[in-house]
Design a protein around this ligand. Structure first.
Ligand code: ZN
Length: 391
């Protein structure tokens, strides 16, 4: 019997052929200096990374993607003189792009949202939050089998937009491309000049601290002084101000509408109906990014346009100016959406589960005719296997 997280051989064969077909015509967004990048892949049915590959041009990369049909495809955020040499020192790093990753399930409002799991050891299907052991058999081998709620993805998107605003306004880095990661969040690739590429990990950490508000001294930002007393003539931060004052100004305007210039903190206290809880405004102004990703100058980045083998959806460009609902992941983004597959369920779902906006509830052994978005997801998770369709 196939276990979740491990597709059956028939599933792997089908997925390989689907991915391969997709890559023949897929629109990939590659960096102009791709010959200086290391490429890395994880192939379907394998758990190891194949690293230190390099490709001269899109055609040779596409040939590899079509013939190998990888589950995961990456290039390095770093540029190297010798990208194909395995030894990191000898690769000779020339600089690194500035990359941000926002994961919806790491956001404070979303970490406690229950998710659907199947236990790899005993097959128990259940819903829980923050678990790492099966409540029935105690095994640590759990597979998450639903996608994040649209609410949590919308919060991640809000963070992405805030990130872009702060980078543009406060750091002079307005040119960036945003992508849905294919699974649980968004990536932002800043179009870096030489100065930005040469930032070391320490510089990048400072940048992350500024975005997250780590070590923020709110009294200083507001001009309160050490006694935290509200002097009558202190002014409310306005969105047009630079730095953290401007970010707080935006959070205040979101909560209370825009306030006229010259509004004092004492007046804001009246508007807010009592003592001001600055932590609430700070939280709304914070940008939650995965700091490991930004600080690491040797990071691997998913190739925009490549399929994320956890879900079957490609890394998809999102328009930061578009209406939010257009930037939330949906099954219509699946390259397999137009096809129908007959599959047999290998496990129960823990009640109805949500897969990029589609709802599914099924029992082990059940035969289902499903569209390619949901079918590919179930096959990749090892929850179902393909059945020859004789109809
Ligand atoms: Zn179990």
């Amino acid at each position: 019997m196939s276990r979740p997280g491990q597709s059956s051989q028939a599933a792997t064969r089908l997925l390989r052929s689907l991915f391969s077909d997709y890559y023949r015509g897929a629109r990939l967004e590659l960096p102009p200096d791709m010959e200086k990048r290391e490429f890395a892949f994880q192939y379907l049915g394998s758990h190891t990374y194949h690293r230190h590959l390099s490709f001269r041009d899109e055609k040779s990369l596409r040939g590899h993607l079509v013939s190998k049909a990888p589950a995961h495809a990456y290039y390095s955020s770093a540029l190297f003189l010798f990208p194909e040499i395995p030894n990191m020192e000898e690769k000779k790093r020339l600089g690194s792009d500035l990359i941000f990753d926002i994961d919806a399930d790491d956001l404070p409002q979303c970490t406690a949202v229950p998710r659907a799991y199947v236990c790899l050891s005993c097959g128990h299907a259940f819903r829980a939050s923050g678990v790492n052991r099966c409540p029935r058999c105690g095994s640590g081998e759990l597979e998450n089998v639903d996608t994040l709620s649209q609410d949590c993805m919308a919060r991640a998107l809000e963070n992405l937009r805030r990130l872009h605003r702060v980078l543009s306004k406060d750091l002079g880095l307005p040119r960036a491309r945003a992508y849905f990661s294919g699974s649980r969040g968004y990536h932002l690739h800043v179009e870096c000049d030489d100065r930005c590429r040469s930032m070391d990990s320490e510089d990048r950490r400072e940048l992350v601290d500024y975005l997250k508000g780590t070590g923020l001294e709110i009294e200083r930002v507001l001009g309160l002084g050490s006694r935290r007393r509200l002097s009558k003539d202190l002014l409310v931060p306005q969105p047009s101000e630079p730095g953290w004052r401007g970010r707080l100004g935006e959070a205040i305007a979101l909560a209370h509408g825009s306030l006229p210039l010259g509004t004092t903190l004492a007046q804001l206290e009246e508007i807010a109906g009592g003592r001001l809880d600055w932590e609430v405004y700070v939280e709304r102004a914070r940008v939650h990014v995965d700091e490991k990703v930004t600080i690491d100058v040797h990071r691997l980045v998913r190739i925009p346009g490549s399929i994320n083998g956890k879900t079957g959806l490609p890394v998809t460009r999102v328009d930061l100016e578009a209406a939010p609902e257009e930037a939330l992941p949906q099954c219509s983004w699946s390259p397999f959406r137009e096809r129908v597959f007959l599959v047999k369920m290998l496990h129960d779902t823990p009640g109805p589960i949500s897969i990029f906006g589609e709802t599914l509830r099924a029992r082990r052994g059940q035969l289902l005719r499903l569209d390619g978005c949901v079918a590919a997801y179930l096959l990749l998770k090892g929850l179902a296997e393909p059945v020859a369709d004789k109809s």
